[in-house]
Design a protein around this ligand. Structure first.
Ligand code: PRX
Length: 665
């Protein structure tokens, strides 16, 4: 639901007038995959441009239709063609003589390593696909995947795709409750998990969370009605509770299975995966992507945005496969392009703060894709750490997940990229499936802090409240104006919510939920979300979802959550809570409340959502119609003078909050 903030234009005071510009070197431009002509070609060819990109995939039955937009806003791309995602990502390379190329250099957090060539991957995915079929899985079934960042995560996803099953990967940092919600919504028949994963030198258990998710619990009087089997990868070797008849070891099912498996060809519009993301209401949305268009988008963008040369490059995307970045730029895009990649299980500071740079040196990573929050953390740790490692193999750097501030951009370019690597700031979303706005290395003169231009084939606009395009130097909302192949096809089982969320603000325009500005050169600057979605370390969280988690604690009468700017994580969760007068155990200083409520959020949503700050207040500010005035709370959380309070039902509330905070409550 709209709250008062949504009707306001994003703030424009903090816009940069950036004069620094980094044109590509002649050397880089001469060898680049992308050329300036691509923009003109895409503009002239329209949807046919995308058809040309789609023809780079291997189709069992080539398509003759390109775009069918007659059922807008649900697009159908290449709909009469058939193909298989795993066949394109794996088998094709073996068939065409690239089987010996390394697909993954896997590095476990404890230092264990594994090298998997494309031929190895073909054997592994075939065995896993046979294993899944032996468990009764078939085309169209949904499979929840809850794994650490290990090769089996990639293998499990591809094995699902191989048999036409639809995967729903749930990031390992989500709670049992979040996992259950996602299992129920997708009606998953199988959960693939591990005993645990390695995190900061410790074993982090996963299987007990799956057990709790499937069982009856606080929010679910009944056990899961759909999960029949749980397939468990042995990663850490820790003790694991076992449910006979339901739980099976991966090595018992997959290892003995045949290495021969014929991929199941599917229609281009067959769903490939569901991925849940926070929206503006309490329930996460099950966004889903289909096969032909999605694969077209991710492989095309991976080739032109990262300038991949598959014979010589080593690509490393540091995201987790549990997020869209991992789906598109670890699993599908790079593998379709036959890339050699690094896959790393752990954290950047285990066992030391130079671990990532050590990995780049060890595997001679040449293209590196990470998030601004990581860069800002490294800046804090100091440039002496990366300086100890040889990073000269790097030739392209990428950023994703949130706006990258110019200082972080400059540091990344200078300290990591040795002032020689093009740096691409890539804007996109779970919904868009692949990168939409980004400079092209070798073509664009880059500008610190700006994602700059829509890719060839993509039509982006910055519009005002009425959906009219703003001119250079003006701000508004980011919209996409034409359908694109990797666009989401909807929200699982909820077409009305899909239409309402993305297409109801202006007719025929896709509303991205981000504020944006065009500078005097026409370049696009992203200004963050304009709805109730926060971006914490590049992870999307909804304020409403957090408020629900907080009020489900018996001490809490009311809660209001805002995302306040944070130097490292971009935004941080700040919660204002009204404690019940009869809250037994909550002490007046708010200290115990804080500890208990942070735990509550970890239990309800996951550790990634824990608030940075919890402030106990006597009331939360609301409009006369009862909507929380988050804008005012954000002012408090960011230590600014409180803005216009005239629409508050009771304007003294803000004074009370201020006084309460000043007196240390
Ligand atoms: O607000 C934008 C921000 O991340 C949101 C999408 O989040 P998610 O679906 O989790 O996907 C993240 C990875 C693609 C967007 O609505 N965002 C993503 N990339 C950028 C960004 N904001 C500014 N600049 C970016 N490069």
């Amino acid at each position: 639901m709209a709250n008062d903030d949504q009707t306001q234009s994003p703030t424009l005071e903090n816009l940069h007038t950036e004069t620094r510009s980094f044109p590509p070197s002649d050397e880089f431009a001469a060898q680049a995959n992308a050329t300036a002509e691509l923009y003109a070609q895409a503009a002239t060819d329209g949807p046919e441009f995308w058809a040309e990109q789609a023809r780079r995939l291997h189709w069992e039955k080539p398509f003759t239709e390109v775009l069918d937009w007659s059922d807008a806003p649900v697009a159908r791309w290449f709909a009469d063609g058939t193909l298989n995602a795993c066949d394109n990502a794996v088998d094709r390379h073996v068939r065409e003589g690239r089987g010996d190329r390394v697909a993954f250099h896997f590095e476990g957090e404890p230092g264990d390593t594994r090298t998997l060539t494309y031929a190895d991957m073909q054997r592994e995915v075939s065995k896993a696909a046979n294993g899944l079929e032996s468990l009764g899985l078939t085309k169209g079934d949904r499979v929840a995947i809850y794994l650490p960042q290990i090769p089996e995560a990639v293998i499990a996803m591809l094995a699902c795709a191989r048999i036409g099953a639809i995967h729903s990967v749930v990031f390992g940092g989500f709670s049992a409750e979040s996992l259950r919600q996602r299992i129920d919504d997708a009606e998953a028949k199988l959960v693939i998990t591990a005993d645990g994963g390695n995190r900061r030198g410790a074993h982090l258990a996963l299987k007990p969370l799956v057990d709790a998710a499937i069982a009856a619990g606080d929010h679910h009087p009944e056990p899961s009605a759909t999960v029949e089997k749980v397939l468990v990868v042995k990663r850490t070797g820790q003790d694991t509770h076992w449910v006979e008849g339901r739980d099976t070891w991966w090595h018992d099912v997959v290892e003995p299975a045949s290495e021969i498996h014929v991929p199941v060809m599917v229609e281009a519009e067959h769903p490939l995966f569901i991925l849940y993301t926070s929206g503006t209401t309490g329930t996460p949305k099950g966004l889903f992507h289909t096969t032909g268009g999605y694969l077209t988008g991710v492989s095309y963008t991976h080739r032109v945005v990262f300038d991949l040369k598959p014979e010589t490059d080593v690509f490393w995307c540091s995201a987790d496969v549990g997020w869209i970045t991992g789906h598109s730029y670890i699993v599908y895009g790079p593998m379709i392009n036959g890339a050699t990649q690094v896959l790393y299980e752990g954290t950047p500071n285990t066992p030391h703060q130079g671990r990532w740079w050590e990995i780049i040196e060890k595997y001679k990573v040449s293209i590196f894709y990470t998030a601004p929050t990581a860069i800002r953390t490294f800046m804090k740790w100091g440039e002496a750490i990366p300086a100890k490692f040889d990073l000269t193999s790097l030739r392209v750097l990428g950023s994703v997940g949130e706006p990258i501030n110019p200082e972080a951009w400059m540091w990344y370019r200078r300290v990591i990229g040795g002032d020689r690597c093009p740096l691409v700031d890539t804007w996109w979303q779970t919904e868009t499936g692949s990168i939409m706005i980004s400079p092209l290395p070798g073509v664009t003169a880059t500008k610190p802090g700006s994602a700059q231009v829509a890719l060839p084939g993509v039509s982006a606009a910055v519009v005002d409240d009425h959906g009219d395009e703003v001119g250079p130097g003006h701000g508004g909302y980011l919209a996409l104006t034409e359908p694109w192949p990797s666009m989401l096809r909807g929200i699982w089982n909820d077409r009305p919510r899909y239409e309402r969320t993305y297409w109801s603000r202006w007719p025929h325009l896709y509303f991205a939920g981000d504020g944006a500005k065009r500078d005097a050169d026409g370049d696009i600057w992203l200004l963050g979300r304009v709805d109730d979605v926060m971006n914490i370390s590049g992870h999307r969280l909804s304020t409403t979802e957090l408020e629900h988690a907080l009020v489900s604690h018996p001490w809490v009468a009311e809660a209001a959550v805002v995302g306040a700017s944070d130097e490292t994580t971009g935004q941080a969760v700040v919660a204002f809570v009204v404690v019940r007068s009869d809250a037994a155990g909550a002490d007046a200083s708010g200290h115990d409340v804080s500890v208990a409520l942070r735990e509550q959020v970890a239990k309800e949503i996951g550790p990634l959502a824990k608030p940075r700050t919890i402030l106990v207040v006597s009331e939360v500010p609301k409009t006369r119609s009862g909507k929380i005035m988050r804008r005012l709370l954000r002012d408090v959380a960011e230590h600014r003078p409180v803005g216009d309070v005239t629409t508050l039902a009771d304007s003294s509330v803000m004074d009370a909050i201020r006084e309460g905070l000043d007196s240390g409550k």
